[in-house]
Design a protein around this ligand. Structure first.
Ligand SMILES: Cc1ncc(COP(=O)(O)O)c(C=O)c1O
Length: 416
């Protein structure tokens, strides 16, 4: 093939990326697990660090050429330790799932019993049989969750902990509308040396700014997280803890490398630092607005006749809103219809759903963190609810109006 032919390949791929960029910036993105990095973070992301290797910990590397990388990583780790007042952080997992793998496999051996929440209670697949927990071949006991009031049954769960003595319990999760009773569960854990791990992937940004329960203050031994949901950093994972047990710290570090990553994608690291600094500076205002927005959206959707889950508890205390859309055809149909009209969100399992059929759940999960970052406020959330009503209940074509509306929110706020 000649040079012109080869160029065609490039044109094709560049065109597809450009189309993606253009399309997603003309959509109202309500996916609860995403965000957009700030311009400074994006700039830091594309540097020579993208091309380099570093194995091990700062100043103790196998590779050469890392004198600045060591400083960058050291600075980032120190800032996280200071911010959360902790003595252990590992920023090397390249995803939240890998952070979970590293921590889980440090706390229990195959065949041992662990406890997790269950998908219908909002846990992540990595906490379940189909994901990390299953791959690590643990015996899984489930937390006793009441789908009626969306609450963990502390007493029944506690009794199970005392009886089964799991090596660890994993809380937090992917559908996390309200804080969980960590303190109460910790009392049972302490009796049988069960470690409490909190997966903060979704609410990490809120926790960073003191706007959700503080898992450390409430008894969590270890926090695992992604760094790109309500925390608007680069895609990746993180492990945070306050541990006296030096052996356990080393074990976790060794599971991360050489266990689950070799090169830990160095270009993420300065962005992680910058995102934390942004949250220290602007996060109070940003996360307060997230909470106001999710509430406003839930209230309006309820007023428009949608079945918003959690009504008796005030709908939400996080960035998420959960809808039961069974009457409107189920989560898949609703999410497809919205995508056609440039509103992007996910179908989701909701309490009472059949968890063995994750492709056809009755719910959709909405997250307001990204649109909040682009400057949407409560009134704008009401407009978003109206669009959802127009599309799902009235079957109207409002795509052009959605695009026009989204065009008012071009720039990312809460950044340097
Ligand atoms: C609670 C929870 N943990 C872990 C993950 C996985 O994170 P990652 O996609 O970074 O592997 C997710 C993903 O959405 C999540 O919701």
């Amino acid at each position: 093939m000649g040079p012109m032919g080869r160029l065609k390949y490039m044109e094709k791929i560049i065109d597809l990326v450009n189309k993606h960029n253009e399309w997603r910036r003309s959509c109202i993105n309500l996916i609860a697990s995403e965000n957009t990095m700030s311009p400074i973070c994006e700039k830091l992301y594309t540097s020579d660090l993208m091309h380099r290797y570093a194995e091990g910990l700062p100043f103790q590397r196998y590779y050469k050429g890392l004198k600045y990388v060591d400083e960058i990583e050291d600075l980032t780790e120190k800032e996280f330790k200071k911010h959360f007042n902790i003595n252990f952080v590992d920023i090397r997992p390249t995803s939240g799932t890998l952070a979970n793998y590293a921590v889980f496999s440090s706390l229990a051996k195959p065949g041992e019993t662990i406890m997790s929440l269950g998908i219908d209670g909002g846990s992540h697949i990595s906490h379940e049989k189909g994901g990390a927990i299953g791959m690590l071949k643990y015996e899984i006991e489930h937390v006793v969750y009441n789908p009626e009031n969306l609450e963990i049954d502390v007493q029944k769960t506690g009794e199970k902990i005392l009886e089964k003595k799991p090596k660890f319990i994993i809380l937090g999760g992917s559908v996390l509308l309200f804080p969980q009773p960590l303190k109460e569960i910790k009392e049972y854990c302490s009796e049988v040396q069960t470690k409490m791990v909190y997966d903060a992937a979704h609410v990490f940004g809120l926790i960073t700014c003191g706007k959700f329960q503080n898992p450390f203050e409430e008894g969590a031994d270890i926090i695992t997280s992604s760094t790109h949901k309500t925390f608007p950093g680069p895609q990746g994972g993180i492990i945070l803890a306050n541990l006296d047990d030096e052996k356990l710290k080393t074990k976790i570090q060794n599971r991360v490398f050489p266990g689950f990553v070799s090169n830990h994608h160095l270009h993420r690291v300065p962005c992680l630092y910058a995102a934390l600094r942004e949250m220290q500076e602007f996060g109070e205002e940003y996360t307060s607005q997230i909470l106001k927005n999710s509430k406003a959206l839930a209230l309006k959707l309820n007023e428009l006749g949608f079945d918003v889950i959690g009504k008796s508890k005030g709908y939400t205390e996080s960035h998420q809103v959960l809808l039961n859309v069974r009457k409107q055809g189920g989560g898949k149909i609703v999410a497809d219809k919205l995508e056609d009209q440039n509103i992007i969100l996910n179908k989701n399992i909701i309490p009472h759903d059949n968890t063995s059929d994750p492709d056809n759940p009755n719910g959709i999960r909405i997250g307001v963190q990204e649109m909040t970052r682009f400057g949407m406020k409560e009134k704008d959330m009401e407009q978003v609810a109206h669009f959802i009503f127009n599309i799902i209940i009235e079957n109207k074509d409002v795509k052009n109006k959605v695009i026009e509306f989204r065009n008012n929110f071009k720039n990312i706020k809460f950044v340097f």
